[in-house]
Design a protein around this ligand. Structure first.
Ligand SMILES: Cc1cc2nc3c(=O)[nH]c(=O)nc-3n(C[C@H](O)[C@H](O)[C@H](O)COP(=O)(O)O)c2cc1C
Length: 325
């Protein structure tokens, strides 16, 4: 058993988080994470309306009596989703933990605080981590360059980003990006974090709601099989390498603009991948962690063996080094 300031403050058994994942963070996965003693997040925007999110929260409660949270990804879009209504749905459903990501959560913090909702803000740079602490979040999750989804534009891998953030923060820090197992958890703790968040690892589990073909592709993929798309637009995303993501890179490298790739990167096509298992149908997020994933275990297995491996490492291999010295 590993206890950290994060696991204590957020009321979870293990210092392990399942980060929000569009189309993936639904009740089946999140309740399994909760039942395993880790902290899972339903993804608010996967639900088409705030009312649908309320129902999804109820469905998750039917599958677990342990705590779970909701991810609210705040995107700077032309026609934004009704964020205030999603926030209200979260609060009125009695959810007590939120993972915010994307833009600053500042506008939402007074309401969350007034209702005792703890906020874990996910960001990709030390400056944004420091700012998040200043505006009053309860913990920060920092995504290194390895991560699936949006690594930001600074390209700083976790080995430097995690300790650089840890030394500037007072609130607990969660390390994210590239973590799959107990080795990663121990490394994150050594670097100053109080736990880890995993996306790609939980995407490739029995309870993950995506087609088995996607999980098999993750197992087959190595750490070389991702692409960084939309770099020239300063909206970088790390996604699985396939004919579509490679085409997007090629078009933008040749001077193309967003309009030239809009159709290729559409969310609807990405969703088709997860529903059909046709891994060439569109863009889908996956991280460098793919290179460390070679099975499709249950969520409970992932959490149990991560904690057990971390415990063994600390009391075995690492302690042995100390004795030898
Ligand atoms: C399929 C998929 C979808 C994701 N969607 C979101 C999202 O909607 N909002 C968000 O904040 N992060 C999203 N992420 C990022 C994860 O929450 C997490 O930060 C990231 O996966 C960590 O890197 P890892 O995959 O190496 O563990 C997504 C990740 C994956 C794999």
């Amino acid at each position: 058993m590993l206890t950290t300031r994060f696991s204590t403050a957020f009321g979870v058994e293990h210092p392990i988080v399942q980060g929000g994942m569009q189309w993936v963070g639904v009740a089946e996965l999140v309740s399994a994470v909760a039942n395993a003693g880790a902290l899972g997040f339903l993804t608010a925007l996967t639900q088409p309306t705030p009312e649908a999110l309320v129902k999804e929260i109820e469905r998750c409660r039917e599958m677990t009596d342990k705590p779970f949270g909701v991810n609210l990804t705040i995107l700077p879009t032309i026609t934004p989703p009704p964020y205030d209504e999603y926030r209200r749905a979260i609060i009125e459903s009695g959810v007590t933990v939120v993972e915010t990501a994307g833009s600053s959560p500042e506008a939402h913090l007074p309401e969350f605080r007034a209702h005792n909702v703890k906020v874990l803000h996910k960001c990709t740079s030390v400056r944004h981590a420091v700012k998040a602490e200043e505006i009053g979040v309860d913990a920060v999750s920092i995504d290194g360059f390895e991560c699936a989804g949006h690594p930001g534009e600074d390209d700083i891998p976790g080995l430097v980003l995690i300790p650089a953030a840890a030394r500037r923060l007072t609130v607990p820090l969660i390390a994210s990006g590239g973590f799959t197992d107990g080795r990663g958890l121990v490394a994150a703790l050594a670097l100053g974090a109080e736990g880890i968040s995993m996306g790609t690892r939980f995407l490739c589990t029995v309870e993950s709601p995506v087609h088995p073909g996607v999980k098999e592709r993750i197992v087959a993929n190595t750490e070389l099989d991702t692409e960084l798309i939309l770099r020239s637009l300063r909206n970088t995303a790390r996604v699985a390498s396939n004919s579509v993501s490679r085409k997007v890179v090629e078009i933008l490298d040749d001077g193309g603009e967003f309009a030239d790739v809009r159709q290729l990167v559409s969310g609807a096509r990405g969703r088709t991948v997860f529903d059909s298992g046709d891994v060439e149908a569109g863009i889908w997020s996956a991280g460098l962690a793919q290179g460390l994933i070679d099975d499709i275990p249950t969520v409970d297995d992932v959490v149990r063996r991560t904690v057990a491996e971390a415990d063994d490492l600390i009391s075995g291999r690492l302690t042995a080094f100390r004795r030898a010295a």
